[in-house]
Design a protein around this ligand. Structure first.
Ligand code: FAD
Ligand code: EPU
Length: 342
C-alpha cells in the first residue's frame, strides 16, 4: 500500500503561490510526514516526471502549467531540543510557517529570530535563499538541518559549512543541492540575548518609540510595523517580495557610478565590494507604479513586482525583462531575479 493516500490531478496552484498566478499541476500530493515523501520517491509512477517541492509559494514564479508532480510540504512540529553553554537549540519541521516559528520562539522567551519576523513562507524554505532582513540572515542563527537525498534515499544532517550560505544563496540553489528535500531545520538561539540594531532603519524606528533597551518582542513588533508599511500583503495584492537581488559590484564600478549618480544607494561589503539598492536603480528608471498588462511595479517599493489581477507568469517575466534592460542601459548593472522560475 502507498504510504501517501491522496494524489490529485490537474490541481490548481493559484492559492498556493503568493503571486496568485493561475496555473495547474499535472499531479499534487500534500506531504505531512517523511514516510510519505520517501514513498513518493520510491514509487516508479513518478520517476519520469519533473518534481516541484513547494512550501508557501512565496518565492516562486509560475511561468506555465507544471507538467509534473508538486510535493507540497505540510509537515508540522517545533520544539526546544537542547543546547550548549551559549545557545538554545530549536528544531522545526519544514512545513511549519516561518512567522509562526518566530512568534512561538518569542512566546518561549527565546530571542534571536525577531529581525526576521513576518517573512512569508515555511521553515523548510528558509535556508534555500538564506532568508534575510533588517540586519540578520538565517545563517547567523543556524545550527543544522536534515535533508532527504533522492539520489540514494539517505537522510543526512548538514551543518552551515555544507549549506554554503551566501547573500540570497545556498548550495540548495545549485546543482550539488538542488534535488535535496529539507525535512527540518535547527536554529541556535543565544542564551544571552542582545538586540541586533545595526540596520539603520530598524534602529531609528526602535529609538523613535523611546526604547533604549528593547525586548526581542519589541524588536519583532517594530520589524512587523516597518514591513506592513513598505511591502504589499500577498493576501491583498499578489507578489513575491523583492523580485531582484540587490546587485553586488566592485568598488571601482561603484565609484564610477557615484561620479555620475551621486545619490546612488550603496552598502560597503566586508570583502570590499559594494551592494547597490536595486529598488533605487529601478525607481530612477521611472518604473515605480508602472504596469505592463496585469503585472506592475508596486507604487511604494520599486523592487516589488505585483499581480494587479489576473496576471500570467509570462506578463511578469516580460515586465522583469523590460526593467532589466532599462537598468542595464542606464547603469550598466545586471539585475538577477530572486524568485525561482518554475
Ligand atoms: P517556496 O516559494 O514554496 O519555495 C521557494 C524555493 O524553495 C523553491 O525552489 C522550492 O522548491 C524550494 N523549497 C521550498 N521548500 C523546500 C524544502 N522543504 N526542501 C527543499 N526545497 C524547498 N525573503 C527574504 O529573504 N527576506 C525578506 O524580507 C522577504 N520578504 C518577503 C516579503 C513578501 C511580501 C513576500 C511575498 C516574500 C518575501 N521573501 C523574503 C521571499 C520568501 O518569503 C522567502 O524566500 C521564503 O523563504 C520562501 O518560503 P516558501 O515556503 O514560500 O518557499
Ligand atoms: N529605494 C528607492 N526606491 C524604491 C525602493 C527602494 O529609492 O522604490 C531605496 C530606499 O530608499 C533605500 C534602498 O533603496 O535607500 C533600499 O530599500 P529597502 O530598505 O526597502 O530595502 P531593499 O534593498 O529594497 C532588502 C531586501 C528585503 C528585506 C529588506 C530589509 C533584497 C533583494 N531585499 O530590500 O528582502 O526585507 O532589505 O532588510 O535583499 C526579499 O528578499 O523578498 C525582501 C523583501
Amino acid at each position: 500500500m502507498q504510504p501517501y493516500t491522496s494524489v490529485q490531478h490537474q490541481f490548481p496552484l493559484q492559492s498556493l503561490n503568493t503571486f496568485g498566478i493561475a496555473a495547474t499541476a499535472h499531479a499534487y500530493i500534500r506531504i505531512t510526514n517523511t514516510e510519505q515523501l520517501i514513498g513518493v520517491y520510491a514509487d516508479a509512477t513518478w520517476r519520469a516526471l519533473p518534481r516541484l517541492v513547494l512550501g508557501g509559494g512565496s518565492n516562486v514564479l509560475l511561468t506555465d502549467d507544471f507538467p509534473g508532480l508538486v510535493l507540497h510540504i505540510a509537515t508540522e512540529g517545533k520544539q526546544l531540543v537542547g543546547g550548549n553553554d551559549t545557545h538554545h537549540f530549536v528544531r522545526a519541521a519544514a512545513g511549519e510557517n516561518w512567522h509562526g516559528l518566530v512568534q512561538w520562539t518569542l512566546s518561549q522567551n527565546l530571542g534571536g529570530l525577531e529581525n526576521l519576523a513576518l517573512i512569508p513562507g515555511t521553515v523548510g524554505a528558509s535556508p534555500i535563499q538564506n532568508i534575510g532582513a533588517y540586519g540578520l540572515e538565517i545563517k547567523d542563527v543556524f545550527h543544522s538541518l536534515t535533508v532527504f537525498d533522492p539520489r540514494d534515499g539517505a537522510i543526512r544532517s548538514m551543518d552551515a559549512a555544507a549549506c554554503r550560505f551566501g547573500y540570497r544563496d545556498s548550495v540548495f540553489k545549485h546543482a550539488a543541492g538542488r534535488n535535496l528535500v529539507i525535512l527540518d531545520v535547527t536554529f541556535a538561539l543565544p542564551r544571552t540575548w542582545q538586540p541586533r540594531l545595526h540596520y539603520a532603519e530598524l534602529a531609528q524606528a526602535v529609538a523613535e518609540q523611546g526604547w533604549t533597551a528593547p525586548t526581542a518582542q519589541q524588536v519583532a513588533d517594530t520589524v512587523v510595523a516597518i514591513r506592513r508599511r513598505k511591502l504589499p500583503d500577498p493576501a491583498v495584492i499578489g507578489n513575491a517580495g523583492s523580485f531582484f537581488k540587490n546587485p553586488v559590484v566592485s568598488s571601482m564600478q561603484c565609484a564610477a557610478l557615484l561620479a555620475q549618480f551621486p545619490s546612488l544607494v550603496h552598502y560597503a561589503q566586508p570583502d570590499g565590494s559594494e551592494k547597490l539598492a536595486a529598488g533605487w536603480l529601478i525607481d530612477q528608471c521611472g518604473w515605480k507604479g508602472r504596469k505592463l498588462g496585469a503585472a506592475g511595479v508596486y507604487p511604494k517599493q520599486a523592487l516589488v513586482l505585483v499581480n494587479n489581477g489576473g496576471a500570467t507568469g509570462g506578463e511578469v517575466v516580460a515586465l522583469a525583462q523590460a526593467i532589466q534592460a532599462d537598468v542595464m542601459a542606464r547603469f550598466g548593472v545586471a539585475l538577477e531575479a530572486e524568485p525561482v522560475f518554475v
